[in-house]
Design a protein around this ligand. Structure first.
Ligand SMILES: *[C@@H]1O[C@H](CO)[C@@H](O)[C@H](O)[C@H]1NC(C)=O
Ligand SMILES: *[C@@H]1O[C@H](CO)[C@@H](O)[C@H](O)[C@H]1NC(C)=O
Ligand SMILES: *[C@@H]1O[C@H](CO)[C@@H](O)[C@H](O)[C@H]1NC(C)=O
Ligand SMILES: *[C@@H]1O[C@H](CO)[C@@H](O)[C@H](O)[C@H]1NC(C)=O
Ligand SMILES: *[C@@H]1O[C@H](CO)[C@@H](O)[C@H](O)[C@H]1NC(C)=O
Ligand SMILES: *[C@@H]1O[C@H](CO)[C@@H](O)[C@H](O)[C@H]1NC(C)=O
Ligand SMILES: *[C@@H]1O[C@H](CO)[C@@H](O)[C@H](O)[C@H]1NC(C)=O
Ligand SMILES: *[C@@H]1O[C@H](CO)[C@@H](O)[C@H](O)[C@H]1NC(C)=O
Ligand SMILES: *[C@@H]1O[C@H](CO)[C@@H](O)[C@H](O)[C@H]1NC(C)=O
Ligand SMILES: *[C@@H]1O[C@H](CO)[C@@H](O)[C@H](O)[C@H]1NC(C)=O
Ligand SMILES: *[C@@H]1O[C@H](CO)[C@@H](O)[C@H](O)[C@H]1NC(C)=O
Ligand SMILES: *[C@@H]1O[C@H](CO)[C@@H](O)[C@H](O)[C@H]1NC(C)=O
Length: 848
């Protein structure tokens, strides 16, 4: 570690200099590259970067930032920007970079490279950035973002990790000054290493945009502001900023985003590529079009697969997806006709690049608009043969791909759910306070009257309602309103603020008891799908025909009440693909009822043993374990303090109609330890056979207790037997002990579920057994985190997938025939949904 010097500079608030930065002229000379926190100019990546402490810049910096010389020891030389990352400007107060005379559309890039500061821990930094009022990032933690990025790299098998982060935005400036406003979160600080501002001489988002499943739209994209999420040179090498010298864009390779990289082979031909439209030279540099990925030659087998790319994206935004094409092989039309799918829906049928681009070697692109719901965080792009088109070649091709996130109400920042929750809590608190102060005495009296009336009304109704009353659930509020906002604000008339008894934040619909009775046929026992200490679970159908699971607390059970409240609170905070989501609740008439999404395939346990259901394949088992691990990983890390599930077992892992696994039952969950503690002390709860012995001994709970239980689940999945089976010989009663004995001898395969015999990859099982063994380590400290478990499970699945592919290739009859069949059934299902729900759009040909 080197020594760092901190010097604080007081920069005059007023402008240092205003330039005659004009819109006309060549983009290169009008670009601004700024080396933050430095008084020297640097050359990096073929460009000259001006120190923001030099008084010669065409911009001004607001007050009071500290600038710091950084240690670059951690940089590992991974970046051509290293000279710029030696310094940063740090701010503990809001800081403005003001650029004068900037006009029109610009590419803005922000460079962040965290490094040790003298007395500030960069892990605690948190800040927001706005550009002329457009929020770019919010509560932004650079180390977290980088860790996440590296996790994604690792997940997709890329052998690299990054130490810095570049965020790119495209912003339209139509005011005198362009102000980049950096503000630290309360009590925190922020930093910035370098800034690029590159003018766009032409409109980069011109023309109409096809909407998946709808008609084409025209949208002023630049005006709205976008963030570049991905930019790939498909089937080719990295294109570095220096190879795209108008806009200095970086084009990554695509293979790590592909689902099966060998489903596409690379082609290139740089001899004669030109732009289909003269206006397009700004859209992408020619090298993007000179390489492509086409579907692999699989002469023997019929080409029945897609080339698929999968991307992590921020939920709840609209995305512009830009695909770049250039036909490099075929010299006439109808040789290569294919379909494009976005998130499993057909975006275009009979796509013929030759026809659309007007010939071979013509660079062409097409844009799609795809709104992403707040529940989805992945985007799938798939290209596949269009067998119906009857083309000579049923082959697909892609040259480049870009994904831009569009701003929503002046906001591009993706604040994770937990932050959003905190913010909405803050808002509702202040709203209530404001109402309280503002409304005055008159309304207090008014509210009292209303309250009295409501209570009186409830009493009458309660008297009329037969049976079922006891000490149980408190204060009945009688209303059936729908809370539509996910993070519901307190509504004064809604009972919640008046009574002040319910958890302050709730999700979902408020059901009336009448609705619940109708949905469950007056709690018909025939609809019962489960029963537990808390009460019974029914299958129900709510008015729009949606199947739901309805969990009704036993009003006699005090413990049930506490668990119910925990569950409602937890579920209100958590939304995740691998957590069972709550649709709503009912708290009328002392009832405490929760309504969940219906999980058609029930518990994982029921698919392992003790029922007549067909056994799961090894691949399915791995996928279920991966899903459950993801859910737990999210619980442990998604929230600020983490949440410990405390009751991980195969009956709490539910499967939906597609066998997607989701964690359920948060009744025992606990918020994790505060940062300075490693555990929380609590009375021992959980299920026998899954219980962490360390937790049992020391009564100290940590995430690692869930990891232990998950290890037991893994063994149950392999052996398909109960975790405790008293009817077995003594040494076999406890699954964890018995299976670990075999695992330690590397003989786990000898006790595997007989249904799996010869249908799994031995290497995959070996990895799997090793993970289970690590999870079951006696000491919590030694056990892996759920994140690590997840990676290893994914690796195990990769091994198995590869094994299936080689087996398929060797003998035309698939060894894992069951698995293959299920896959196909699933695809067919998708296809059906698609044809019934969506109309495919075929945009008009531009060129023929
Ligand atoms: C950073 O280090 C360089 C060379 O060691 C020195 O000239 C410069 O003054 C330092 N800058 C700051 C802000 O400390
Ligand atoms: C300021 O802008 C002018 C005109 O665009 C340009 O010639 C000059 O090089 C710029 N100065 C710097 C320091 O970038
Ligand atoms: C940095 O570059 C600017 C613009 O080209 C120039 O005016 C200034 O003198 C340079 N500063 C140093 C320290 O070289
Ligand atoms: C930064 O700019 C914004 C918008 O122009 C302004 O509201 C804010 O007061 C400025 N902050 C500082 C510290 O100058
Ligand atoms: C920041 O967090 C990372 C990962 O959690 C850790 O490796 C690193 O040591 C932390 N840095 C500091 C300065 O605390
Ligand atoms: C990762 O890359 C480094 C250097 O490029 C190399 O030494 C190492 O062997 C690679 N590791 C793997 C697992 O490929
Ligand atoms: C988009 O909006 C900006 C600013 O309002 C305007 O200058 C530009 O001409 C618009 N572009 C299109 C294609 O309408
Ligand atoms: C290159 O393209 C031009 C126009 O598209 C065509 O006239 C010429 O023959 C092509 N050259 C080669 C080598 O194909
Ligand atoms: C590249 O394209 C040109 C026509 O533009 C063609 O003549 C040549 O054969 C192609 N090369 C390869 C290797 O396909
Ligand atoms: C190119 O851009 C100009 C002006 O923006 C427009 O008038 C023209 O139609 C465009 N040409 C094509 C081929 O799109
Ligand atoms: C699309 O299909 C894949 C499997 O083919 C699935 O994993 C993914 O979740 C689906 N995406 C959406 C948005 O439905
Ligand atoms: C390609 O993907 C789409 C969308 O996910 C799916 O409907 C279709 O069945 C897939 N085609 C093949 C051949 O797998």
């Amino acid at each position: 570690m080197g020594k760092f010097q901190i010097r604080k500079f007081l920069i005059p608030l007023l402008l240092l200099m205003i330039s005659e930065y004009l819109q006309t002229g060549d983009a290169k000379s009008n670009s601004l590259f700024i080396n933050c926190g430095s008084s020297s100019n640097e050359t990096a990546d073929g460009r000259k970067w001006i120190g923001d402490l030099t008084s010669e810049g065409n911009f001004s910096v607001g007050n009071l930032g500290a600038n710091i010389n950084a240690s670059t020891a951690t940089l590992n030389g991974d970046s051509v920007f290293e000279p710029l990352y030696k310094t940063a400007r740090i701010f503990t107060n809001s800081l403005n970079y003001t650029f004068n005379g900037v006009w029109g559309n610009h590419v803005v890039r922000l460079h962040f490279c965290p490094f040790p500061f003298e007395n500030l821990n960069v892990n605690d930094s948190s800040f927001s950035v706005s550009a002329n009022g457009l929020r770019l990032v919010s509560k932004f933690s650079v180390p977290n973002e980088i860790a996440y990025k590296n996790m994604e790299f690792q997940r997709s098998g890329v052998n690299s990790s990054s130490f810095s982060l570049i965020k790119e935005f495209i912003i339209s400036v139509n005011s005198e000054a362009f102000v980049l406003e950096f503000s630290p979160s309360e009590g925190s600080f922020g930093f910035i290493n370098a800034i690029e501002i590159v003018p766009l001489t032409d409109e980069i988002f011109g023309g109409s945009i096809d909407k998946v499943g709808g008609s084409a739209v025209t949208l002023n994209v630049s005006e709205r502001g976008t963030e570049t999420m991905y930019r790939l040179n498909v089937g080719g090498p990295v294109i570095k900023p220096t190879q795209d010298p108008d806009l200095w864009r970086m084009w990554e390779v695509d293979s790590s985003y592909m689902i099966t990289a060998n489903a596409g082979s690379e082609v290139h031909n740089s001899s004669n590529v030109t732009y289909a439209s003269t206006n397009d030279s700004i859209v992408a540099p020619l090298p993007v079009y000179e390489t492509a990925r086409t579907m692999s030659e699989t002469e023997v087998l019929e080409k029945r697969f897609n080339m698929s790319w999968k991307f992590e994206i921020h939920p709840g935004f609209e995305y512009l997806i830009r695909l770049h094409f250039c036909e490099l092989l075929y010299e006439k039309a109808r040789e290569r006709v294919f379909k494009i799918y976005i998130n499993n829906r057909t975006a275009v049928e009979s796509f013929d690049v030759f026809v659309r681009a007007g010939g071979m070697n013509r660079a062409y692109h097409v844009d799609f608009l795809e709104p992403i719901s707040s529940k989805i965080n992945t985007l799938w792009i798939q290209l596949g043969p269009d067998t119906a088109a009857g083309a000579a070649g049923t082959d697909a091709l892609l040259n480049g791909l870009e994904i831009f996130k569009l701003s929503q109400n002046g906001n591009l920042a993706y604040i994770d759910r937990f932050n959003a929750l905190e913010e909405s809590k803050g808002n509702s608190k202040s709203q209530i306070l404001w109402i309280g102060i503002g409304a005055g005495l008159a309304s207090v009296v008014f509210l009292a009257v209303i309250t009295f009336l409501i209570i009186y009304f409830c009493r009458i109704r309660r008297r009329n309602f037969t049976k079922k009353n006891s000490s149980g659930w408190r204060g009945g509020s009688s209303h059936g309103g729908t809370v539509t906002n996910t993070y519901a604000r307190g509504s004064v008339g809604g009972g919640q603020s008046v009574f002040g008894t319910l958890p302050s934040v709730r999700v979902g619909k408020w059901f009336t008891l009448a609705e619940i009775l109708a949905a469950t046929d007056n709690f018909d026992e025939a609809l019962m799908i489960g029963v537990g200490g808390f009460g019974k679970v029914y299958r129900g159908e709510i008015d729009d025909g949606t199947l739901v699971a309805i969990k009704r607390a036993n009003p006699q059970s005090q413990q049930g009440l506490a668990e119910f409240e925990t569950e409602i609170e937890m579920l209100s905070k958590l939304r995740h693909r691998h957590l069972v989501s709550m649709i709503g609740f009912c708290d009328e008439q002392k009832e405490m009822i929760l309504v969940y999404e219906y999980m058609a395939n029930g518990t994982l346990r029921s698919h392992l043993f003790g029922s007549n259901l067909p056994p799961l394949t090894w691949k399915q088992r791995l996928e279920v374990c991966i899903g459950a691990a993801r859910g737990l990983h999210y619980l442990h890390t998604g929230a600020e303090r983490g949440i410990i599930h405390r009751d991980v077992k195969t009956t709490n892992i539910l499967l939906d109609e597609n066998f997607v696994a989701k964690m359920s039952d948060f009744g025992l969950s606990k918020t994790g330890p505060a940062l300075d503690h490693t555990h929380v002390s609590t009375a021992v709860k959980g299920s026998f056979g899954y219980l962490d012995p360390e937790y049992f001994r020391r009564q100290q709970l940590s995430e690692k207790s869930d990891v232990y239980s998950f290890g037991v689940v893994l063994l149950e999945v392999v052996c398909a037997r109960a975790v405790i089976n008293p009817s077995l010989p003594k040494d076999q009663i406890n699954l964890a002990e018995w299976a670990m004995k075999w695992q330690r001898k590397k003989l786990l395969h000898t006790i595997i579920d007989p249904h799996l015999k010869d249908k799994y990859c031995p290497e995959s099982l070996k990895t799997f057994g090793e993970i289970a063994e690590k999870c079951l380590a006696d000491e919590g400290k030694i056990r892996p985190t759920m994140g690590e478990v997840l990676w290893h499970l994914e690796y195990s699945l990769q091994l198995h997938d590869a094994w299936i592919r080689t087996n398929d290739a060797q003998s035309s009859c698939a060894v894992d025939s069951e698995g293959a069949q299920t896959e196909e059934q699933r695809l067919d299902l998708d296809g059906e949904e698609e044809s019934s729900n969506m109309k495919a759009s075929t945009p008009t040909d531009h060129s023929s």
